[in-house]
Ligand binder design. Sequence first.
Ligand code: SAM
Length: 191
Amino acid sequence: MKPALYVVLLHHPVQNRRGETVASSVTNLDIHDIARTSRTYGANNYYIVTPIIEQHAIVQRILGHWHLKRTRDYHPDRVEALDLVVLKSTLDEVLLDIEQKEGHRAEVVFTDAREFPQSIGFGAYRKELESPDRSRAVVLVLGTAWGIAPDFYRYADRILDPIYGREGKTGYNHLSVRGAAAVLLDRLFGQ
Ligand code: SAM
């Protein structure tokens, strides 16, 4: 049985260029692009996580536009993707929401451009996900700013290997979160 997939875009706690833990701003592009990627790869929901209430108002306003009947009639494909979006304040709230849907605590998978000792390769993890007896849901967590804050990695059950380009481990691999989301999901779930 294919495990349920959930995608999370984390805006806090993330780090800034000085390594301080901050809350980054939600961007319209991240909402739309990653919603479409999430829909393409069969995610049940795409969670936007920020504790900043003002940011919630901005996201609700963006999503509100796409709930209008004329918009739904005019852009059904885009609306289908944006209907996956769920707004939460913390990762804990996301995990609770998923637990209520799935009846179990999902496996939390962090992603990063850096490699960690416990990082797991895409092939190995995809094999786990495709195993016939795998039923535990997967939560793929993407960062913003300069990446997920280091002390938050205690939440991760798994950490995926970084995506590398043709230059390999020594090359440039600082993808936009939109680009990384597409590559990561395709490596794990693409046909
Ligand atoms: N402001 C930036 C932007 O335009 O997207 C945010 C960059 S954010 C740190 C990049 C996020 O995308 C990382 O937290 C990670 O989730 C993912 N990411 C970026 N490059 C990656 C790579 N090479 N391998 C895996 N994940 C990557």
